[in-house]
Design a protein around this ligand. Sequence first.
Ligand code: CP
Length: 308
Amino acid sequence: MALSTKHLLGIKDLTPQDITLILDTAKQFKEVLQRPVKKVPSLRDVTIVNLFYENSTRTRMSFELAEKRLSADTLNFAASSSSAAKGETLLDTVNNILSMKVDMVVMRHAASGAPHFLAKHINAAIVNAGDGINEHPTQALLDAFSMIEQHGTLQGLRVAICGDIMHSRVAMSNMYLLHKMGAEIMVAGPPTLIPKYLAQAMPVKITYNIAEALEWCDVANVLRIQLERQNLPLFSTLREYNLAYGVKKEQLEKLSKKITIMHPGPINRGVELDSEVADGNQSIILHQVENGVAVRMAVLYLLANREK
Ligand code: CP
């Protein structure tokens, strides 16, 4: 089996078969990662550049570790310490890197569509590691992997996506993936952080009441408030956001069932998620991070082998 696409630009472009193939392959790599020797020779002689124009902890380190576990050669590029800071364009930067015989590009950029633009101009396979407010496909894949580990299937699973939907590429990628794989979706948050077009664009339930979403769902994926993407205030204060929309231990204790708590990170503790919930026994946040390595190994492996 092979992926239907040369690049991973977004979940929007994947078929359900692609998603299943990536998740099944990730399961095999997760088994490899439990062994004393965690390294396989699958991508020996493949060179990958991690091109990060925006800050990252989890995604950048997870891709780098996935590449190392697959025996690929890796290059790391941080825009702030590169000639991009002197004005070099994205395309010039990438063409210069590719001229050094680099095979694949993993890319994070603040501009939505930046990896799609690059895909029109270069031959190397591109993996989108997050573009603006558009998509973060490997986050949605690792979220799906973690939900399946916890609940067995996505089919019919009730997933509430809570918080700053408007500025979240994680929300977009999760919604595309969950819909393709048969899950039910509810989004919950303040009216100012839920796009008005969403109900027309996606088959999702919408609520402005977090308690209603928590009572309805099997899994709550709580999103970070993305203050860096808000030019104008969209809610009064962080304290008031926490009071109205933050997920708290007392709320979970009142529910009729034990739900799973997820968060893509980084967490604004005491804003969208209280520490007791983030660190509590219903949280799988660190499992998500662990699963990210296996999922990224699967994506890189499948794209590299499609090229051969
Ligand atoms: N979840 C996520 O994308 O985290 P980073 O920004 O740290 O990569």
